[in-house]
Design a protein. Sequence first.
Length: 193
Amino acid sequence: MLRIHELTVSFGEKRVLDSFSLTLPGEGITALAGPSGCGKTTLLRTLAGLERPAGGTFTLPGEAVLLFQEDRLFPWRRTGEQIADVLPRARRQEVGKFLSLVELEGEEDRPIQILSGGMRRRLALARALACEGGVYLLDEPFTGVDKERAGRILERIRALGKPVLLSSHEEGVLALADRVVHLEGPPLRLREL
Ligand SMILES: Nc1ncnc2c1ncn2[C@@H]1O[C@H](COP(=O)(O)OP(=O)(O)OP(=O)(O)O)[C@@H](O)[C@H]1O
């Protein structure tokens, strides 16, 4: 289970999470949907341990891996190296598997500067998925990725069998999730449908 209990996070005077609570099954793909600025990134960053809550608790189904909203690739490393760098030595042969998962096979030796924005986003996603973890927190994983491709990639992510909590504005992505949590805010709250 993923349990969030009365979580409160503020930036100065601004309360982005105000006693926010949510319980989700600890498996499958959960999508967080909501307007820009409602607090989805703040929630994901807090669950990843990057924001310090003023109050409340949460439990995750395993160690969190966060895909940042920004790509944060290493500028001096080639496409395949971005993934090799996060794999333990014994799993280095899996670079190709993660490149194929995001449809970047054959790009292994390319400098990242010549990749398109959508390709860089897919590479950042592959790198996050290559990290060992118990739950994957993916902040807008498909920015700049066309919807057919995003759908195919999401099905491959599902096959990895790890719980995923992602934020997305894409209807196509929301339609493929096992469940969608509709949000509004700030402060972040469940949207009554
Ligand atoms: N470090 C920060 N300092 C001050 N305010 C912040 C900070 N981070 C986020 N906020 C504010 O918190 C609110 C929620 O932002 P957040 O990025 O969590 O929303 P979001 O739902 O992820 O939006 P988007 O879909 O555009 O990424 C916004 O009003 C934002 O300005």
